[in-house]
Design a protein. Structure first.
Length: 310
């Protein structure tokens, strides 16, 4: 029951966003700007403030590091093997590899974890992001390049990928929070903390509104049959792999719960942008995102129950 109570607010806010778009309140032209504000300002403010507050506690937990990075390696490899068995063409197989671990950590993960697990869950999610964002981005993108026959992996391409990863505002925010937590600036002036908190608090609701506005139910119906393997992989197999890694490298229960639950989130919306920029099958990526996001309304309550959250 707790799982459905968690999903109900998410679904309602996404539905409001979808209806707002249908009524013309959130036209396509403004969505990129809103997403830009979220991606570059609101969510980084939330992550910076939370990471600054928890300090380097999460970084000291090496079991967390090994568990999540082993999952980052195993999940794309498994997705690639399944794509090869199903004889997917290289550009589509590369999308499967790219999306294997790239969950919607920000627009859906942050509000879902906050609703399901409260501040303790958000702290755990911040530990995960601080520890794993670089590997999450680098491994998934490099893996997609390897899986694509028309993308040769060169030293230059690796360098460009790593530079883009390091310029990610989410990585900059978490790294900045960690660095400042080791200095005398760990406790910010109250007015600065209030600014960051206000910006962060606006992020979750707006993120869900824009996510709902970006959904295309028609694409979900048209693409469900051909995307089934990757949707099942993202919503079920990826979190199972993540959970399995914590059996090998155990850590605190709340960390395990937060990481597995965020691994069960649907594919990140920016997978489409990355796939398009890499010359992969971006249309297929969009279909997987649409199907995964809509079906996650049904699967996330199951994971909340399985994990014993609440």
């Amino acid at each position: 029951m707790h799982g459905f109570r968690m999903v109900l607010p998410l679904t309602c806010i996404m539905l409001i966003g979808y209806l707002a778009k249908k009524k013309g309140f959130l036209p396509d032209a403004v969505l990129p700007s809103i997403n830009g504000i979220l991606y570059w300002i609101a969510i980084p403010a939330l992550l910076f403030r939370t990471t600054l507050r928890i300090g380097g506690e999460g970084i000291a937990q090496m079991n967390l590091f090994w568990a999540i990075h082993a999952g980052f390696l195993l999940a794309p490899l498994t997705a690639w093997i399944l794509a090869r068995i199903c004889r997917s063409e290289p550009r589509r197989a590369a999308v499967s590899v790219l999306m294997a671990v790239r969950s919607n950590n920000v627009f859906m993960g942050v509000p879902a974890i906050t609703i399901a697990m409260g501040q303790a869950g958000l702290d755990a999610l911040s530990h995960y992001l601080a520890m794993g964002l670089v590997g999450y981005n680098a491994i998934s993108i490099l893996g997609a390049q390897l899986a694509s026959a028309n993308k040769r992996l060169t030293l230059r391409s690796v360098g460009i990928t790593l530079l883009r990863v390091l310029a990610n505002p989410l990585i900059v925010a978490t790294a900045g929070g960690l660095l400042l937590s080791r200095t005398s600036l760990q406790h910010l002036p109250e007015w600065i903390d209030t600014v960051l908190k206000t910006l962060g608090d606006t992020g979750s609701g707006i993120a869900l509104l824009t996510l709902g506005a970006s959904l295309d139910p028609g694409r979900f119906v048209r693409g469900l049959r051909r995307t089934g393997r990757d949707v099942v992989f993202k919503l079920f197999i990826h979190p199972v792999i993540a959970w399995g890694m914590f059996c090998l490298w155990p850590t605190e229960q709340i960390l395990t719960q937060a990481v597995v639950l965020v691994s069960a989130m649907p594919p990140a919306v920016n997978n489409f942008i990355i796939a398009d920029g890499m010359g992969l099958d971006a249309e297929y990526a969009a279909d997987v995102i649409a199907a995964g996001t809509i079906l996650s309304v049904l699967t996330l309550p199951l994971w909340v129950r399985i994990l014993g959250i609440g």
